[in-house]
Design a protein around this ligand. Structure first.
Ligand code: GDP
Ligand code: IMO
Ligand code: MG
Length: 426
């Protein structure tokens, strides 16, 4: 006890990395359970500023084991590059372990992602082109290669042969071909040798840690609205990004989650295609994007921005059973005369306050806003809730009422210390 999951409440980039880094100071284990290096989690602390893609944001904790769970798709190339970069900056990466059951992202997945995106033309998803969708598709089609497969050369040769026989006809549809068998086999053997010291049955260790009463943090990637099941399909990622993903993606036993913490950003952002009712395409949107430097950590793409979408936020609270929230980037709204919150949608002439089930319905939704007075003063230096300007407190209370969950943490800056703990999360 306790098992804590930290999840994105909207379309990703809510500040999960910052919150996990903060909470991991008192944790014994931090576990990634979904996604891959499509995630870009920024951590800012006394050691510097880090953009993490594969490595859990608990890597700066004094003791926590950092687990890459079985639900992750791991690109060994980018994993090792990330490890080297961290080591070069003096970060201790000894405490990382990798599940034998995590699936691999190999060069032909990246190739397939790019080709399929190009073929989608006007309806491209806007993926990160990291091969994530193809790797998860192979997993479901039973054409994947798992980390554990790299540890036995002979079995790997057989497996890779089968996998390439299935893959080449698919790439062939786009006039492409996977790199030759020998090349990939050689690369996989190298990856295997380097990965060997990290590989364990992580699910066993996770459950043993919880049995010992340790604190384990499950670090969500992406956000609820990018979930393969519950997100704005088909403009989603290919993994289970909600609390449910922890059970399959880390091997956690049902009934064990104690805290389900949603990370909300004080306004809403999205990268890639798909409906976003509160998107601001005007100069206010540009002002937020520039001021808040809303450009993707993984791809550098400009993020789409809009006022806080509380309809979507409420959906995230209900879908995940969030017990509390962390509200980030409140400081980015310090300069506005008024701030708006999308509290319902107008859909085909009616007012709705529940999140529509289909992409077609959501793209017809128009935002209905509540307008509140801005606070017009800096907040980044504040560390106590009582010291926040009255208007900021009203804004926070308004969001809490609309989404239906208390914001136990208020983040006023990117640094670990720039946080207000309103009340404990446990
Ligand atoms: P993640 O993917 O959910 O971990 O979020 P990202 O790292 O992609 O994007 C969040 C951005 O906001 C990063 O640049 C963080 O350093 C930054 N950030 C997090 N919390 C705050 C905050 O309260 N204020 C400000 N100004 N920046 C924040
Ligand atoms: P973090 O963990 C924001 C988006 C992509 C695209 C869609 C599918 O940093 O919050 P994919 O490459 O996963 O097949 O792309 O999902 N996406 C993210 N958007 N933050 C992320 O991660 C994302 N990971 C994927 O932009 O729209
Ligand atoms: Mg991110």
């Amino acid at each position: 006890m306790p098992a804590i999951v930290v999840l994105g409440a909207h379309w990703g980039d809510e500040g999960k990395g910052k919150i996990v880094d903060l909470l991991s100071q008192d944790a014994q284990m931090v576990v990634r359970f979904s996604g891959g290096d499509n995630a870009g989690h920024t951590v800012v602390n006394d050691q510097g500023t880090f953009n993490l893609h594969n490595v859990p944001s608990g890597i700066f904790s004094p003791v926590a084991k950092c687990v890459i769970g079985n639900g992750v798709v791991l690109n060994p190339q980018s994993f090792f590059e990330e490890l080297s970069a961290l080591e070069a900056r003096g970060v201790d990466v000894e405490r990382i372990i990798v599940s034998d059951k995590a699936h691999l992202v190999l060069p032909y997945h990246l190739m397939q992602d790019g080709l399929e995106e190009a073929a989608r033309g006007d309806v491209a998803i806007g993926t990160t082109k990291r091969g994530i969708g193809p790797a998860y598709a192979d997993r479901a089609a039973r054409n994947g290669i798992r980390v554990g497969d790299l540890l036995d050369d002979d079995a790997l040769a057989v497996r890779l042969g089968v996998v390439l026989d299935a893959k080449n006809p698919i790439l062939g549809l786009h006039g492409a071909e996977a790199p030759p068998f020998d090349e990939i086999y050689h690369q996989c053997r190298e990856f295997g040798e380097r990965l060997r010291p990290y590989v364990v049955q992580t699910e066993k260790l996770v459950n043993e840690a919880l049995d010992r009463g340790e604190t384990v943090i499950f670090e969500g990637a992406q956000g609820t609205l990018l979930d393969l099941q519950f997100g704005t399909y088909p403009f989603v990622t290919s993994s289970d990004t909600t609390a449910a993903g922890v059970y399959t993606g880390a091997g956690l036993r049902p009934r064990q989650l104690d805290v389900i913490l949603g990370v909300f950003k004080a306004y809403t952002s999205r990268v890639g295609t798909g409906p976003m009712p509160s998107e601001l395409l005007d100069e206010t949107g540009e002002r937020i994007r520039q001021q808040a430097h809303e450009f993707g950590v993984t791809t550098g793409r400009p993020r789409r921005v809009g006022w806080f979408d509380a309809v979507a936020g409420k959906f995230a609270v209900e879908t995940n059973g969030m017990t509390c929230g962390a509200l980030t980037r409140i400081d980015m709204l310090d300069d506005f005369d008024t701030v708006k919150v999308c509290s319902s949608y107008r859909l085909d002439g009616s007012v709705v306050d529940s999140f529509p089930a289909s992409e077609a319905l959501l793209s017809r939704c128009e935002p209905i806003y509540d307008e509140l007075p801005g606070w017009k003063q800096p907040t980044a230096h504040l560390r106590n809730y009582d010291d926040l300007p009255a208007e900021a407190k009203s804004y926070i209370r308004h969001l809490e009422r609309l989404v239906g969950c208390p914001m136990n943490l208020i983040s006023v800056g990117p640094h670990r210390d720039e946080t207000i703990c309103v009340r404990p999360i446990v």
